[in-house]
Write a protein that binds this ligand. Structure first.
Ligand SMILES: Cc1cc2nc3c(=O)[nH]c(=O)nc-3n(C[C@H](O)[C@H](O)[C@H](O)COP(=O)(O)OP(=O)(O)OC[C@H]3O[C@@H](n4cnc5c(N)ncnc54)[C@H](O)[C@@H]3O)c2cc1C
Length: 359
């Protein structure tokens, strides 16, 4: 019996499992190892925070999925990858062997300096599994609070809008950049700015937050802003698994175009935790989703000793962000619209995705 171990229930591994079940040779077993029992789907998280979805609608129940796929599930964190002996050590102390390994463990944000009192009020958006209970707790004390959201990329703008829609709290969005949503064209940014203004969300650009002390945000130029709660969406630090896998200076696993980790012919890596061909891709689920399809093909190819295919990062893709009360900003290349239709499309696509992989 051969063993394929999937580490982390990120988008790519879930998609690959779905494609591989029933299509691998009978003597190959699949083992999914995840440090969480339920993996939230980030595309629907802002909608959950805004109150449009229940928790069950936005999470993948990994035990249930594994049972329905007929694969093994281990609830544990992978602590070490021993490449020489093709084994992994789990947080439970268990050691399991693999013939082929697929690492899809995502990222976490940069930590912000904080005092003891502030810790409870500093909420990191990733890992999403930890955000959900913190958000539920936050909702109990939500009235008349001053909220800071750090980072004005897609996640920051969506989170700020969702908090505003759900709670009506006063929100300030901080970014060290000159602009919000720097990855989007100016026409889209303009629509987003107008919408954030309608939600009464203040935007503080060119302001880097360095610490959170005694209910105050401290910024790089010495300014302070009061904030009862801080939501952090910035920075991408890979979730590291010690071992001797090839990483770039920031710790992202270096893969080739076949999604194999450099120097390892039986270890694939995908999603936010990789440096693809030694060039980091933007941290977006759409890349992980496309990689999942290539991953499934290449895992099959690995076991059947067939040629593998190359992953080509998509240059343009549809991005839909929830930035208003059931209003979304949809962009593709230089085109953008901001309206309810975009939100309806997002709901449709997200629910379709969940239905396909929730099983
Ligand atoms: C609020 C928000 C909204 C977003 N919206 C969008 C969107 O609309 N469209 C889009 O394209 N992108 C979006 N993104 C980005 C998207 O979430 C990520 O790019 C995507 O989740 C990357 O997926 P992944 O496959 O790398 O793995 P992840 O989804 O990050 O999952 C990794 C999994 O591995 C587990 N894990 C980590 N370490 C270990 C270990 N040692 N052992 C076992 N398990 C481990 C983690 O717990 C986690 O479950 C959003 C992000 C945020 C924060």
């Amino acid at each position: 019996m051969k063993t394929l171990v999937m580490v982390g229930a990120g988008h790519s591994n879930l998609i690959a499992i779905n494609a591989l079940v029933g299509n691998l040779q009978a003597d190959i077993r699949i083992v999914l190892v995840s440090d969480v029992l339920k993996a939230p789907y980030s595309g629907m998280l802002p909608g959950f925070m805004a109150g449009y979805y229940e928790e069950d609608q936005i999470v993948f129940d990994l035990k249930k999925i594994s049972e329905s796929c007929g694969i093994s599930f281990i609830h544990a964190e992978v602590k070490y990858i021993h490449t020489a002996s093709s084994k992994i050590t789990l947080s439970t102390g268990e050691v399991i062997g693999y013939d082929c390994l697929s690492v899809n463990t995502g990222i976490h944000p940069h930590k912000i300096k904080c005092d003891h009192q502030g810790e409870e009020h500093l909420i990191y958006v990733k890992p999403l599994s930890r955000l959900i209970p913190k958000w539920t707790h936050f909702l109990k004390e939500k009235s008349n609070l001053q909220i800071a959201v750090i980072g004005a990329g897609s996640a920051g703008c969506e989170i700020a809008a969702a908090i505003s829609i759900r709670t009506g709290c006063k929100i300030t969005l901080f970014t060290k950049n000159q602009e919000i949503l720097p990855e989007l064209p100016e026409s889209a940014r303009k629509k987003a700015r107008t919408q954030l203004r309608k939600l009464d969300i203040q935007v503080q650009t060119q302001t880097e937050v360095v610490s959170y002390l005694l209910g105050n945000i401290i910024c790089d130029k010495g300014h302070t802003f009061s904030a009862n709660y801080v939501f952090v969406t910035t920075g991408a630090v890979p979730n590291p698994i010690p071992g001797n896998l090839k990483c770039d200076p920031k710790g992202f696993l270096i893969t080739n175009e076949k999604l194999l980790v450099e120097g390892a012919d039986n270890i694939f890596a995908t999603g936010d935790c990789i440096s693809f061909n030694n060039h980091p891709l933007p941290k977006a689920g759409v890349y992980a989703v496309r990689q999942g399809k290539v991953l499934a093909i290449n895992i099959q190819a690995y076991f059947s000793r067939l040629p593998m295919v190359s992953y080509k990062p998509q240059k343009k893709f549809l991005k839909i962000l929830l930035i208003g009360n059931k209003l979304a900003l949809a962009t593709r290349g230089h085109l953008s619209i901001m309206n309810r239709l975009a939100w309806i499309l997002k709901v449709y696509l997200d629910k379709k995705f969940m239905k396909r992989y929730q099983r």
